[in-house]
Structure formats: structure tokens, C-alpha cells
Design a protein around this ligand. Structure first.
Ligand code: MEZ
Length: 585
């Protein structure tokens, strides 16, 4: 008996996947049973459990809870459905969650192979090849407001509209919510907040506005900037009211004081907010129409908004409405638009979510909306180039330095992003390393993601780190010793850095990530006024059309300060919703 158990266990180990299977039938696609396998995702080991009968996959369970909540979690539920529908593990990967998707497919393949499946035969007989020529049902829906886009601005507007008791729909073209907000890591700028007061930080709305204008090279619309700064502490209070507290305050480039507000544990602000916005929408009973792409804005004979056309997986929609809130995001992931407006940036990696393709800008433009600063595109200086992963500015804000391949600092690391990016591009090879220590890692949870994704090189000594980076050890050791002296004296004679100098870099192990600039934010977009009404090329309001977030231009001018994108989506998301609510009264 013991021998038999050992034999069964050995066979299971040989499979590489655990199996609880019945005997292999003479014919049939699978050996009935439940099979499990694992594969490494972006941040964690993903587990897939598949149940099969002789002829069918009957259940797919994917545990991707260690991945980013929004994308990894979405990939788990979307790919589980797709594998079940297609009856093969070879389904489309989810854009924006490539690593998680590939891990799911690999683990599902292994589990099904353990079930005796011939994967090529499953592919040949896949069951998800619907009729591409099938005519989609046409549906007409009457509502008061259509919110287009379920990123941070759209979800904010939806919460406001639901709390005001409005009849509205919210459309999202991607199979998941969050948009580019899921990529935001650092935090949200706000001045005169109760958190700043509690932490003894002196700030003012006027200083916030002045910093934003200066950071944007005064190209910004001063009225929009004043609105941003003046509404910012109210927006923090509003976030508190929906359970999205941002109490950790630190420094971000271009700010005069500590102003960027983040989650208490220093985790990425974007996924934190998207999780809380989603939870609030669930609690309020709001359903986001996913996989539904708005294709056209409709106006009546007087030029007032009267509807939206959209395409879903099974239906073509006409929404009759009085107002539209455009919250479709920027165009940092639309290579054609980047090539059109900034040919010099072709070939540059982008930190943007795949849905950031400028659709709202194009739809509004077709209605005569004016576009401002459309060629103003921000490069973020610390982007890991093989994964396009943003290394948050908070790493520098909390004390990291940048060194080049010679092991030398070459800039004040906390200048505005355009300046730091330009300094990097002037280095040999046009890249640099961001360097920090264990103490910094311990205080910034966002770093765990980079370590788990194996983007960091680490060593117990600075010389050991240098060797791994191919830098002269003595030079890097001197650079670090000099830096620690600068922190001690709070004076940077070489580059004049005055911020992000609260802690030296003396706690091993030491870490480095190779980085270079990447497209991060499209500052230009549709012109709005302080009520978030869209303005046409004749300077007139397009009645019923409101816009918020990265789809708009004017708030950030020629260079956005870190922390102002999240401020923008929350503040103007609220304003656009309030204006639309008032308009449809
Ligand atoms: O606002 C941003 O873009 C930001 C703070 C990004 C980051 O570096 O984390």
C-alpha cells in the first residue's frame, strides 16, 4: 500500500503540477480531475487550478492576489473566463498586464498538460471563434449624463454623480477600470491640508500655484492652476470621506515644500485610489460598462451635446443624454499621435496604460473643441527600459541619488522632470542608475514592486554594487561618501540639491536600478475653463460637454510637476461632475 502511495506521489511530482485525477480514459481530451500549476508573475507566484471532465474544462480558478490589485487581479478573472470559453490555455494576453497574463497562460498550459491534454488539439478546436461578421444588436439608452472613461477622473465623477442621485452611465473601453491612474505611484499634491498642518508643514495655496506655474514654464492657464491649488485641500478631505486617506507627505521635484500626499505605507497612490474608488462605486451600486468604447459625441442642431455612440462586445449603443463628461485620459500610449505631435519622441518607451490613446481628444476635436499645448509631452527621468516600469520620483524624494556609468552624480536629482531627463540624455549611453539603501527601501513600500520584478541590482557593499554595474568601485564609493557628507552638512556644492536629503545612504544592502527617460504624461489636450466646460476653437463653450484629467490641456503647461496628475483627476473630476450635474438640472 505504502509503495502504491509513493508511486502515485512520484508520478504527480514528475508531472510538475499537482493532480487529483481519476484514471485516464481510453478516449477523451482529459483525464477528469482537478489540476494545479504555478508560474512566476510580475510580483508573485500565480497559482492556476483547472477542473476538467473527459471532454471539457469545467472550471478555472486563478489566484493572482500577489499581483497589482487592478491589473493582475483583472487579468486573473478575465483570462479565467477566456480559458473557459476557448477551452484552451492559449488566449489573448491582457494589455497592460503582460507578465501576469503570460504566467497565467504558462501555468494553465502546465496544468492541462498534467491532465493529459494535447494543447495543439485544443487550439485547433478552440471554441471562442465567434462569427466575426455577426451583426451586433443596436441598443438605445436614455440617460442624463454619460461619463466616458473609468480612470481616476471618470470614477471620481461617477461617485459624485451617484451621490447626487443622477441618472448616468460610465463607459470604459478596457476590460478593467483604472486607466492611467493605475500607473501613478508617487502621490497627490495639495496645499494647506489638515495632514500638512498636523505634521507642521507650512504651505499655501498661492505657493502651490506659483510652483505649478514655474514648473510648467508659465505656459499653464493661470486660472486653471489657481482652481487646482485652491481646491486641493478640499479634495483631500473628500478623499478622506470616501476612505481614501493620503497622510504620508514627502517631497516631489519642483515643489517648494513637502506637498505630495501618499498612502500611509508609501504604496503606489494609483492602485490605492483605484481600489478605493472601485469599492465606493460597488457600495453605491454603480456598474461600469466595461469593454465599451465611445466612438462619437452627438450634438443637436444648436450644437448642444445630445448623445454618445459606443461599441460594446455584443452591441452598438446610442446613449441619448444631456451632458457628457470626457475622462478618457491622454495619448501617451498612442504611437501615431506621438509621432504626429512629437516626431522626436518616436521610439521612446512609455509608462502609460494601454488605453491612453487620446480617443476623447479626437472625439472632442471632431466637434470643434480647441486643443492646447498638444505637443507638450513629459519625459519621466526614471523609467526602467525593459519593462517600461516607472521608478517613482518618491525614491529620489526620499533620498536616492542618480549616477552615470562613470559612477558620478551629474545633476540635482530633484530638479523638474524635463531638466533631470535632459541631464540623463546628456550622459554617455543616455541612461543612469538610481541608487539607494536598505533604510530607504524600508520606508517606501513602492520599492518592493521593483525588487519583486527583479529590476534591482543589490550588494552588501557599495564596491560590490559597482562591480555588478561595471562601474569603477573606488569612484562609486567616493561618490557615495561625498553624498553622505552632503546630507550631513545639508549643502550640495556640486549641484545645489536642497531637498530629499533627510537620510544618508549608509545602510547595506545597497540597490541600483538602471533607468532612462520615458514618455509619462501628455500635458496638452482639450481646452477647458475653470468649470471644466470644453471650449471650442471660437472660444465658446460647447454646451453639455465637460472634461477632466489628462484629456484636457492647460493645467500643467510645458511640464507637469510630480503629484499634479492625481490632483488634476480628483479636483477636475469633481468639478466636471458638479458642472454636469448643475447643467442637467
Ligand atoms: O505625478 C507623477 O507623475 C508622479 C508623482 C510620478 C512618480 O514619479 O511617482
Amino acid at each position: 500500500m505504502k509503495k502504491l502511495v509513493c508511486l502515485i506521489l512520484s508520478l504527480m511530482l514528475l508531472c510538475g503540477a499537482s493532480a487529483f485525477a481519476e484514471a485516464l480514459p481510453a478516449e477523451g481530451l482529459f483525464t477528469p480531475g482537478t489540476y494545479e500549476a504555478e508560474a512566476q508573475g510580475l510580483l508573485s507566484t500565480i497559482k492556476v487550478q483547472i477542473t476538467v471532465t473527459e471532454s471539457e474544462i469545467t472550471n478555472v480558478f486563478i489566484d493572482a492576489s500577489g499581483e497589482t490589485a487592478t491589473l493582475g487581479g483583472a487579468a486573473a478573472s478575465i483570462l479565467a473566463d477566456e480559458i473557459l470559453t476557448a477551452q484552451t490555455p492559449n488566449v489573448d494576453i491582457m494589455s497592460g498586464a503582460t507578465v501576469s497574463s503570460n504566467a497565467i497562460i504558462a501555468a494553465a498550459t502546465e496544468a492541462l498538460e498534467a491532465a493529459g491534454a494535447d494543447i495543439a488539439a485544443l487550439d485547433a478546436n478552440r471554441r471562442d471563434t465567434g462569427d466575426e461578421n455577426a451583426v451586433k444588436e443596436e441598443k438605445t439608452i436614455d440617460t442624463e449624463i454619460v461619463i466616458i472613461g473609468a480612470g481616476g477622473a471618470g470614477m471620481t465623477a461617477a461617485i459624485m454623480a451617484q451621490q447626487a442621485g443622477k441618472d448616468f452611465v460610465i463607459l470604459e473601453k478596457m476590460p478593467y477600470v483604472g486607466g492611467n491612474t493605475t500607473k501613478a505611484t508617487g502621490g497627490m499634491n495639495a496645499a494647506e491640508t489638515h495632514y500638512q498642518k498636523e505634521q507642521g508643514i507650512e504651505d499655501s495655496k498661492a505657493l502651490f500655484a506659483a510652483d505649478t506655474m514655474q514648473g510648467g514654464h508659465a505656459l499653464n492657464d493661470p486660472q486653471l492652476v489657481a482652481m487646482l491649488a485652491n481646491s486641493s485641500s478640499d479634495a483631500i478631505d473628500w478623499l478622506d470621506s470616501i476612505g481614501a486617506e493620503l497622510p504620508k507627505i514627502s517631497f516631489s521635484g519642483g515643489a517648494s515644500v513637502n506637498r505630495i500626499h501618499a498612502p500611509a505605507d508609501g504604496s503606489g497612490v494609483g492602485n490605492y485610489l483605484v481600489d478605493r474608488f472601485s469599492a465606493k462605486l460597488d457600495e453605491l451600486g454603480v456598474e461600469v460598462m466595461l469593454n465599451t468604447t465611445a466612438t462619437e459625441l452627438l450634438v443637436d442642431a444648436e450644437g448642444k451635446i445630445c448623445g454618445v455612440k459606443a461599441e460594446g462586445a455584443d452591441a452598438l449603443y446610442t446613449f441619448n443624454c444631456k451632458a457628457v463628461v470626457l475622462a478618457t485620459g491622454g495619448f501617451g500610449a498612442n504611437l501615431d499621435m506621438i509621432a504626429e505631435y512629437r516626431p522626436d519622441l518616436q521610439g521612446t518607451v512609455t509608462t502609460n496604460a494601454p488605453g491612453a490613446t487620446g480617443d476623447g481628444i479626437l472625439m472632442a476635436k471632431a466637434l470643434g473643441a480647441d486643443l492646447v499645448d498638444i505637443e507638450q509631452i513629459q519625459l519621466h527621468p526614471t523609467v526602467e527600459q525593459t519593462t517600461s516600469m516607472l521608478i517613482t520620483e518618491s525614491v529620489r524624494g526620499d533620498g536616492a541619488i542618480l549616477v552615470n556609468q562613470q559612477g558620478l552624480r551629474f545633476t540635482n536629482e530633484l530638479l523638474t522632470r524635463d531638466a533631470v531627463s535632459a541631464a540623463e540624455l546628456a550622459q554617455e549611453g543616455q541612461y543612469a542608475y538610481i541608487l539607494f539603501d536598505q533604510n530607504l527601501r524600508d520606508h517606501l513600500k513602492a520599492i518592493e514592486k521593483y525588487v519583486k520584478a527583479e529590476l534591482t541590482v543589490q550588494a552588501d557593499t557599495i564596491e560590490g554594487l559597482a562591480e555588478q554595474l561595471g562601474i569603477d568601485p573606488a569612484t562609486l564609493a567616493k561618490t557615495l561618501a561625498d553624498w553622505n557628507e552632503i546630507v550631513k552638512n545639508q549643502r550640495d556644492p556640486d549641484f545645489g540639491r536642497t531637498t530629499g536629503m533627510n537620510a544618508d545612504l549608509t545602510t547595506p544592502p545597497y540597490y541600483a536600478i538602471k533607468i532612462a527617460p520615458g514618455i509619462h504624461h501628455t500635458m496638452g489636450g482639450v481646452k477647458i475653463n475653470t468649470a471644466a466646460e470644453v471650449i471650442n476653437t471660437e472660444g465658446k463653450v460647447i454646451p453639455g460637454l465637460f472634461a477632466a484629467g489628462e484629456v484636457t490641456g492647460g493645467v500643467h503647461g510645458g511640464n507637469r510637476l510630480g503629484g499634479n496628475a492625481v490632483a488634476d483627476i480628483v479636483i477636475f473630476g469633481r468639478i466636471a461632475a458638479l458642472s454636469a450635474i448643475e447643467y442637467v438640472k
